[in-house]
Design a protein around this ligand. Structure first.
Ligand code: RNT
Ligand code: ZN
Length: 410
């Protein structure tokens, strides 16, 4: 159809495509480093991730070093319109030293900050409470052993300081997201004791007020190996975040499969100032598939726009598929998040709200369904064209060429 005709088609509905395109340009998405190497990281002792997190597949081209990961990221960002962020995990240190988790310092991550500065990318951060011998029981901050708890509290404290330094160095607030795998395979007799220990550890870890960073806490329903009880459940962290003023991280794979994450946004936003999202795609469980442009994502993007939450929601991604090109996974997933946001920004909200307020649900339904036929693809192509990013077969050619260049990695 072409962009100009598309623009007119949307204008008939009272929707300004230019406004949508310029707003989409300003929405950063925090791309997760761990899709690039199957959640392995760069510590001297690397292994499987543990904590119930599983990247499956052995497609060639996994990044084995920080330099390879950065090269892959540079390619990915070059295929994604707009300016974005990188979400780094503590196990992705870039150093010749071998600090344990309770010894990490800013300098171990400084090369990432230099790189981010050079490319104009913001950084977010995460303590890593898994893939470590002290997390083998799937208990960290809630472990009954004080020594183990102290080890992880120290790790968490250090990541907060590192996040603050990263934020200051880049002049862009760094979100430090806390997810612990803590839970029990079989039914515990004292859930309260475990939750009280988690709360006390978090309090100690978060005691120091810091600027240039913000804390987020991420809940989960269950994980492999912790089927009976997750200490940091949704209710636990929702309450914690409200009482302590942290962000709440909602991961789309961390709820009952029929629960609607889009529905939660306006509900929690009334009690929280800011929200962090881990956009993901669960399939039967928290399988972390690459996100599709499906109803779950579209509904979520709609809520972000309709509830006016874009200004206080940090959009992060969390998926890892090792059966396809890892760079393609990043690019497809991130572009799908943007496509969903674009569709939400192109919604004739005023008209729809009017119908809803008037209890005219017939008109509301007719509009949502007829509106689906509008030429969203032309607006997306125009957005990509203005950012000099490929679409369609052009994108496939780029992805293939890059994959061919990394396929020989051992
Ligand atoms: C695990 C959580 C967590 C991790 C990352 C690697 O279930 O979703 O966010 O995926 O920290
Ligand atoms: Zn997550």
């Amino acid at each position: 159809m072409g962009y100009n005709s598309a623009k007119e088609a949307f204008a008939e509905w009272g929707v300004d495509t230019e406004a949508a395109i310029s707003q989409l340009t300003t929405i950063p998405i925090s791309m997760h480093c761990w899709q690039g190497d199957d959640v392995v990281g760069f510590e001297p002792k690397t292994g499987t991730s543990g904590g119930g997190i599983q990247a499956t597949g052995n497609y060639p081209g996994r990044a084995r070093t920080p330099d390879e990961l950065r090269a892959d990221l540079e390619f990915a960002y070059a295929m994604i319109p707009g300016k974005h962020r990188l979400n780094l995990h503590a196990m992705y240190m870039d150093t010749d030293e071998a600090p344990d988790r309770d010894q990490i310092e800013y300098r171990h991550f400084a090369p990432w900050v230099d790189w981010a500065k050079e490319h104009g990318i913001g950084l977010d951060f995460n303590p890593t409470f898994f893939a470590h011998e002290k997390a083998d029981d799937n208990l960290t901050l809630s472990h009954p052993d004080q020594g183990i708890r102290d080890f992880w509290i120290e790790h968490g404290r250090r990541t907060r300081e590192i996040a603050a330094q990263i934020g200051a160095a880049l002049g862009s607030q760094c979100i430090n997201n806390i997810w612990v795998p803590d839970g029990y395979k079989d039914i515990p007799v004292d859930r309260m004791a475990a939750r009280a220990r988690l709360e006390a550890s978090l309090d100690q870890m978060l005691a120091e007020p810091l600027s240039d960073m913000r804390d987020a806490v991420e809940s989960k329903l269950f994980g492999i190996g912790v089927e009976a009880c997750t200490v940091g459940s949704h209710e636990f962290y929702l309450g914690y975040a409200i009482r302590k003023g942290t962000l709440l991280c909602l991961d789309m794979g961390h709820f009952h499969p029929t629960e609607n994450i889009a529905d939660k946004l306006s509900a929690v936003a009334l009690s929280l100032d800011e929200i962090l999202l881990h956009v993901s795609r669960p399939m039967r469980w928290d399988s972390d598939h690459v996100i599709l442009l499906n109803d779950d994502i579209l509904n979520m993007a709609h809520e972000l726009v309709s509830a006016d939450l874009l200004g206080r929601t940090h959009i992060g991604l969390d998926f890892f598929d090792a059966t396809i090109s890892r760079t393609a996974a990043w690019i497809i997933g991130t572009r799908n998040m943007q496509k969903a946001l674009l569709r939400a920004l192109l919604t004739p909200l005023d008209r729809l709200r009017q119908a809803e307020t008037a209890l005219d649900f017939t008109t509301r339904l007719t509009m949502t369904e007829e509106f689906k036929d509008l030429p969203f693809g032309d607006v997306w192509s125009e957005f990509c064209r203005r950012s000099d990013r490929p679409t369609s077969l052009g994108l496939i050619r780029e992805l293939d060429a890059y994959q061919a260049s990394v396929a020989s990695r051992g």
